[in-house]
Design a protein. Structure first.
Length: 416
């Protein structure tokens, strides 16, 4: 019979209407085999075997379609396994129809810990202990001294800590205007401790599905405990730990509750080797429960870089650019009040001015003081809006002296 036989077409239609009818499908397979369409016959026989795995007629038809009897097995590391009753090589048959029929069972890959949930595998990356130290932070002597006294010295001296009964519970909250190096300082602290660094932002935690945000928070701290010593850096804490009284979304409130639980630890030794640092531009928007003793109970104000810090930052951003006759002392005085981000933008603007001038004239020239001072005059301190908001908080909401450091700075700069 030919491929276009009316009988074959009729049987195909009947099989499509009754796909589980094994005898009907085998009759179609037999006609296909007689018509010389062995591949199509194999496919139909394989489907019949899916519905009736023990059907002898289906096995025999499959064997005929594939040219059985199968050759005698040859010695190998993985010999075929023929059926004891028919001598049919099922493994060879499966290889033949593998590209026609999908596998009946598909198993999801397991994670490294065998949990079977591949989405959680290596979800949180912990940076290895870095080479950045506090000595790499230019200037900021007062910040370094506060860090040493409140955070680093007790950790470096376990014997003295035990003698004086100093607890390692609690974390450190860095606050101040944006662009002043809070993240860099946190990395430097991790470097001083020789600890891993796990940076967490609100985008890493919040999830649209109920319960996933709390689960993410738990997984972050579980990862840190597993890879201790580790510094967990909570960036933008005002978003991650916002005041629950002002939060309408239950998911955000539950996330804050989970963070409080993780900071407390399941028991006194749960967070051993886990050091928590957090940063925010708006500490007044952080839930008050996060700042009670034993949690983020130490606060450190990170201000715009002082003169030594500005010199270090400017030197870094100009070190690989073509400059000449740059008076860093004069430039440092002209950039008082600028943040680290402002200083980077200043150097970029000066380089852009020299580049455009060189393009217009056709003569390449170096970056000079004229370019840098012009960029300094055009750069408005990005910290001013922050100080405008912080001034009101310092004046009218300084309960318990939380913002005494800020008030001292504002008075020194005559901004209060």
């Amino acid at each position: 019979m030919s491929e276009d036989s009316p009988l074959i077409r009729s049987l195909r239609t009947a099989v499509e209407a009754a796909p589980a009818d094994v005898p009907l499908r085998l009759h179609l397979a037999d006609l296909l085999l007689q018509a010389g369409q062995a591949d199509a016959a194999v496919a139909e026989a394989a489907v019949a075997l899916q519905h009736a795995p023990g059907d002898g007629e289906a096995r025999a038809l499959m064997a005929r379609a594939m040219g059985a009897p199968a050759p005698a097995p040859t010695p190998s590391a993985d010999p075929p396994a023929p059926d004891a009753r028919t001598g049919f090589d099922w493994r060879a048959a499966a290889d033949q129809v593998g590209d026609v029929l999908p596998p009946r069972f598909v198993e999801a890959p397991l994670t490294a810990d065998g949990s079977g949930d591949p989405e959680d595998a290596a979800a949180w990356d912990v940076d290895t202990p870095g080479r950045i130290r506090l000595a790499d932070v230019g200037g900021m002597r007062e910040v370094k001294e506060r860090l040493e006294a409140a955070f680093l010295a007790p950790m470096r001296n376990p014997e003295l800590r035990k003698l004086y009964g100093k607890s390692l519970r609690g974390g450190l909250l860095l606050y101040g205007p944006p662009g002043c190096g809070k993240t860099f300082i946190a990395r430097a602290v991790a470097g001083e401790l020789g600890a891993g660094f796990l940076s967490v932002s609100v985008n890493d935690v919040l999830d649209m599905w109920i319960g996933n945000s709390e689960r993410n928070m738990h997984e972050i701290f579980r990862t840190a405990r597993r890879q201790a010593p580790c510094v967990v850096f909570l960036d933008e804490l005002d978003a991650l730990g916002a005041k629950r009284s002002r939060t309408q979304h239950s998911g955000l409130r539950n996330t804050v509750n989970q963070l409080l639980t993780e900071l407390d630890g399941i028991d006194s030794a749960a967070n051993e080797g886990v050091f928590v640092l957090a940063a925010t531009n708006a500490p007044w928007d952080v839930d008050i429960a996060l700042r009670r003793p034993g949690r983020l109970d130490r606060t450190l104000l990170v201000l715009p870089p002082d003169a030594p810090a500005r010199e270090s930052i400017l030197r870094y951003h100009l070190s690989e650019r073509p400059v000449e006759n740059v008076d860093l002392g004069k430039l440092v005085k002209a950039t008082d009040g600028l943040s680290g981000a402002d200083l980077a933008h200043l150097c970029e603007s000066a380089a852009e001015s020299a580049l455009l001038d060189s393009a217009r004239t056709g003569t390449v020239r170096m970056i000079g003081m004229r370019d840098l001072l012009a960029a300094a005059r055009q750069t408005v301190p990005s910290t001013e809006p922050w100080f405008a908001s912080a001034r009101n908080v310092a004046m009218y909401a300084n309960e318990g002296g939380t913002y005494d450091d800020l008030i001292t700075y504002l008075k020194k700069k005559r901004k209060l």
